[in-house]
Ligand binder design. Sequence first.
Ligand SMILES: NC(=O)c1ccc[n+]([C@@H]2O[C@H](COP(=O)([O-])OP(=O)(O)OC[C@H]3O[C@@H](n4cnc5c(N)ncnc54)[C@H](O)[C@@H]3O)[C@@H](O)[C@H]2O)c1
Length: 481
Amino acid sequence: MASELIYRGGHEAHPPTSGGAGYTPKPEKRLLWLSRPLRYLLREQRLLFVLVGMALASLLFILAPSSSSSYGSYSSAIASELALRSAMDHHHHYQRSAVEAASRGFVGGKVPLGIKRKGLRIVVTGGAGFVGSHLVDQLIARGDSVIVVDNFFTGRKENVMHHFGNPNFELIRHDVVEPLLLEVDQIYHLACPASPVHYKFNPVKTIISFFFSFLVDFVFLCVFLVVKLATFPLCFGLHKTNVVGTLNMLGLAKRVGARFLLTSTSEVYGDPLQHPQVETYWGNVNPIGVRSCYDEGKRTAETLTMDYHRGAQIEVRIARIFNTYGPRMCIDDGRVVSNFVAQALRKEPLTVYGDGKQTRSFQYVSDLVEGLMRLMDGEHIGPFNLGNPGEFTMLELAKVVQETIDPNAKIEFRANTADDPHKRKPDITKAKEMLGWEPKIPLRQGLPLMVNDFRKRIFGDHSDSNPSTTTTSKSTGSGSS
Ligand SMILES: NC(=O)c1ccc[n+]([C@@H]2O[C@H](COP(=O)([O-])OP(=O)(O)OC[C@H]3O[C@@H](n4cnc5c(N)ncnc54)[C@H](O)[C@@H]3O)[C@@H](O)[C@H]2O)c1
């Protein structure tokens, strides 16, 4: 210690001179241009530099791109959580912050070996419904915390009650036409009556659910109401859910920096003039028909979603879902698969509307859930068709139901409903290439799973009331939509 003090003093008192005959330490020569405090730091604070180096290395490790799945990582979740908490604390309600951008940048970061991935906080609107409840099962299974927001218009507590008591699960009875503030990382927006029976019941409510948070939203709502409500006075309920509900959820995504996924529909293609339907096809929709509250409501929801993405830099995803079936469908919701299954089980004739030559493709619910999660966690906005390209006429579907349930079931023809699309079949090339997704379960394999569920629910056998999402099917209802 003493020698050190002596040395420093000597150095200050006798700065080295070039070509001097005495001892001239090299470091002093190189650091001549540095200020005295900096030289002191360089020489004496080696521990500090070690710590700074470790911090930089950790930062690089966290920021390094990952080849692993984007289902989130420990570090990304922590970063997102901190960023979002910070954003909330400072009430950054309407401005994208650098914190949000940073949190997104961490998505897909590496998970250090031995450290368990921390789950995300996710809202699923319509999570007590058919598709939503299966999605919730999968999200919970992979370790996320899920908040279901549902008004139980068509959904049922029974669909999610097997999660009651799980600390990672919350259920809120709430109508999405009213604003809601939750601190979350992702929003799956499914809330919308999806079957003709239900959306025709309150069509205006179905379309409107999006508009209230901001002035621009209010102006948008006024324009929309003037144009749409004059035309569709009976559709208010459905419109309200699709427009005001979607606006509210987009507003929430904007406030908390969450990623937003809209479940749109193949109905945006209307009665398509292009077959199969590619995402670039703009559709052929009757804007004043009885189905338009649903079709146009979803088209408007897509428009709002993209406007929020372009105008407010919200991270969005759009899925265009084709006919899906499986356990937990509503039994009497007017969709063709649930209709046929319920009728066959009750020994009633299968009602075929029109000549039965109109086609649809039918996707098992677990395939859809996988597609939705890949879309949400991937890097592409969409829209993406999510459906099974296997195409069946209504008569072919009736025959599959007869084979599965009752070969003696009768078929009865009825007058077709207005604007019933003649053909529907997804082109899923984009989803295959960009999401690495395609359906795996063919109709003849998935239908028996759904039939088991319907049988139990129709005939009151509740011995297995909590079917798993993907391995058993318990649902009711089918429809021609
Ligand atoms: N199942 C399909 O074949 C299909 C096809 C295309 C698109 N989709 C879309 O997927 C989503 C889910 O469809 P699904 O088949 O599960 O329908 P579903 O009717 O079973 O589920 C919808 C859920 O949303 C809830 N909901 C409706 N309005 C609400 C509101 N205003 N506030 C809060 N909750 C509300 C319902 O109670 C229900 O739980 C819908 O957006 C639908 O348009 C489904």
